[in-house]
Design a binder for this molecule. Sequence first.
Ligand code: 3PG
Length: 212
Amino acid sequence: MTPQDASRETEKLCRMAPVIPVLVIDDVAHALPLARALVEGGLPVLEVTLRTPAALAAIAEMATVEGGVVGAGTLLTPKDVEAAKNAGARFGVSPGATDRLLDACEEADLPLLPGAATASEAMALLERGYSVQKFFPAEANGGAKALKAIGAPIPQVRFCPTGGVTLGNAGDYLGLSNVLCVGGSWVAPKDMLEAGDWAGITALAAEAAGLR
Ligand code: 3PG
C-alpha cells in the first residue's frame, strides 16, 4: 500500500465520526460490550492501544462487531504492525513515525495514521506521501492554536489531534480547516469500564458523536 493510498483510507475513517475513541483495555471481557456501546452511540472507528497484554485479543473480538472499524494504536515497531494485522486491525495509529514503522505498514497493507508534533515532522511525512496525520500530543504541544498555525504554511496536511483532547476542547480543534476528527480516551473512562456501565459509555459516545 502506498502512503497516498493509506492517507485516502485514513481520511475516510476520520470522516466517519468527529471522535475516534482511544481505548486502553485491561480485561478482554470488556472488549465486545465496549465496542458495541461505542458503535451504538455513533462512534464506529475505534483505536485499541497496544499498551496492555489484553489489547491484541481485544482487537480480535472487537473486529467482529457490526458497524465498527477497529484499529491498533501505539504502533512503535514492525513487530507491532505484524501483531496488529494478525489480530484483525483495519488501520494503525502511531505517536510518531520512523522509516521502519512506515515501511512495515506499507508492506503489510495496513493504513497508518502516523503521528507528527512539529512542522518538520509533518513535512517529512508529507514528503513521503502521508497527507493525513495524527497531531500528538495535541494539548501539550500547543493545542488548537499550534495546529492552526501549522496549517497556515502546510494546509495540505489534515490532522486527527490526540492527547489531552476532551469534550470541552474538542470543538476548538474540529473548527479548524486542517482537522478531520479528534482522538480521545474520555469516551471510555476506566471507572465506567470496570463498572460495566455500557449505557453510560453509549451516552458519552452519543455526546461526542454530536460534536462539530
Ligand atoms: C494516548 O496517548 O493515550 C492518546 O493520545 C489519548 O490521550 P488522552 O487520554 O489524553 O485522550
